[in-house]
Design a protein around this ligand. Structure first.
Ligand code: GLA
Length: 389
């Protein structure tokens, strides 16, 4: 599939005419800083070169139409700009429709409809942000087609997050949409989610590669566990605020946390908060290490991140733990951890160049033997953020 195929399909389904435009939004992988973005902490994601493509054109009436080429026998999903009520039967189209709705919520109601053909190469439910990619893609389309020229890429990310929170019911943080919108080739983004200030960090791993391994176990963030973690963190924060003046868990150092933690009455909730605090500090340390070309420390912090996500935050699962443990056992692996929202999805590993073949072979074999599942591997190529093509 390429952009020309999308255009051909567009003309076939929506008819000939002028001013058909093309767009792209990437997926993202998070290197470290997991479940910190709704706790006022730091994250360190980068945009990928895989992502979602869109071809779009304005219509004369009030209809909006979406066609996905990822689904066999896909039908055109339709909504009306004057009636954007959430409708379960619209399935995946609720993501782009939600973005149109969110524009309206922010005072940018469309004055006419549009048609859009979509295709993407991010595996769904893999933790590589296929939904944020689709949201930010739609936001870029709307900004361009309707000339909302004063919106920055960060504004588009916030609109995407708003639609996911309020329309699609997942109370996600800002990391995914932000990385998809603001990605930069060969750079990761060191983002402080407490004020959205950020810096790009060049990822120049001379003798290693970043490898994503897909467990093929699907997660569903909307299904409650993710929102449950958010609530647990909010509860911990509330109790901590009775003894220390903080706005978010990201305001605490490890020492502060140890000093005040006993005010958190529920032992499990205390573990969630511990993860949020320690993971934020780990992320700050990891980015410093990378700036000093200390990839070894970066890798060790990635491993610690996994242990914390597995044992304290409890968002891993057996299959993903197996992938990580296999990775840890291989010579030349500098670090490996679960990435993304969790409950399945992908791991991210830093692997020495000359160990990559062995890494893939060994994990492929062992994982298949133990789970019956064919894992998939992607060598990360860090790309630019969402854009008009
Ligand atoms: C999902 C959410 C993000 C973030 C990660 C966990 O990807 O969309 O906002 O919370 O989980 O780090």
């Amino acid at each position: 599939m390429n952009i020309q195929n999308l255009q051909e399909k567009f003309y076939e389904v929506f008819g000939p005419g002028e001013d058909v435009r093309e767009y792209f939004a990437p997926g993202r992988v998070n290197l470290i800083g997991e479940h910190t973005d709704y706790n006022g902490g730091h994250v360190f994601p980068c945009a990928l070169t895989i992502g979602t493509y869109g071809v779009a054109r304005k219509r004369e009436d009030d209809k909006i139409h979406f066609l996905s080429l990822n689904i066999d026998d896909s039908r055109v999903m339709e909504a009306d700009i004057n009636n954007l009520e959430y409708d379960d039967s619209k399935g995946w189209a609720n993501y782009p429709i939600g973005v149109v709705w969110a524009f309206g919520q922010k005072g940018m109601k469309l004055n006419q409809g549009f048609d859009m053909v979509i295709w993407g190469n991010i595996p769904n439910g893999s933790g590589l942000s296929s939904s944020a990619s689709l949201e930010v893609l739609t936001a870029v389309v709307l900004r361009d087609l309707y000339s909302f020229d004063n919106l920055s890429m960060t504004d588009l990310a916030l609109i995407g997050q708003h639609s996911e929170n309020q329309y699609n019911g997942c109370n996600c943080g800002i990391m995914d949409q932000f990385a998809v919108a603001n990605g930069k080739k060969d750079n990761a983004i060191f983002l402080d989610t407490s004020d959205l200030s950020f810096e790009y960090a060049n990822i120049k791993l001379e003798d290693a590669k970043i490898v994503i391994t897909n467990s093929k176990v699907k997660h569903s963030l909307v299904d409650g566990k993710y929102n449950e973690r958010r609530k647990e963190c909010a509860k911990a924060l509330k109790q901590l605020q009775t003894v220390v003046d903080i706005e978010s868990l990201g305001d605490l150092t490890e020492e502060d946390f140890e000093k005040y933690k006993d005010v958190i009455t529920d032992a499990e909730v205390q573990k969630r908060a511990k993860h949020a605090v320690y993971e934020n500090q780990r992320t700050i340390k990891a980015v410093k290490a990378l700036a000093n070309d200390d990839v070894e420390t970066f890798g060790r912090l990635m491993n610690e991140s996994h242990i914390s996500l597995r044992d304290d935050y409890k968002v891993s699962c057996d299959e993903v733990d197996l992938l990580v443990e296999l990775a840890w056992s291989i010579d030349g692996v500098m670090g490996s951890r679960i990435t993304g929202g969790g409950f399945g999805g992908c791991t991210v590993s830093i692997v020495k160049n000359d160990a990559v073949d062995n890494f893939v072979k060994k994990i492929e074999d062992e994982y298949k033997k133990k789970t019956g599942i064919d894992a998939e591997f992607y060598i990360v190529d860090i790309g630019d953020g969402a854009r008009k093509l």
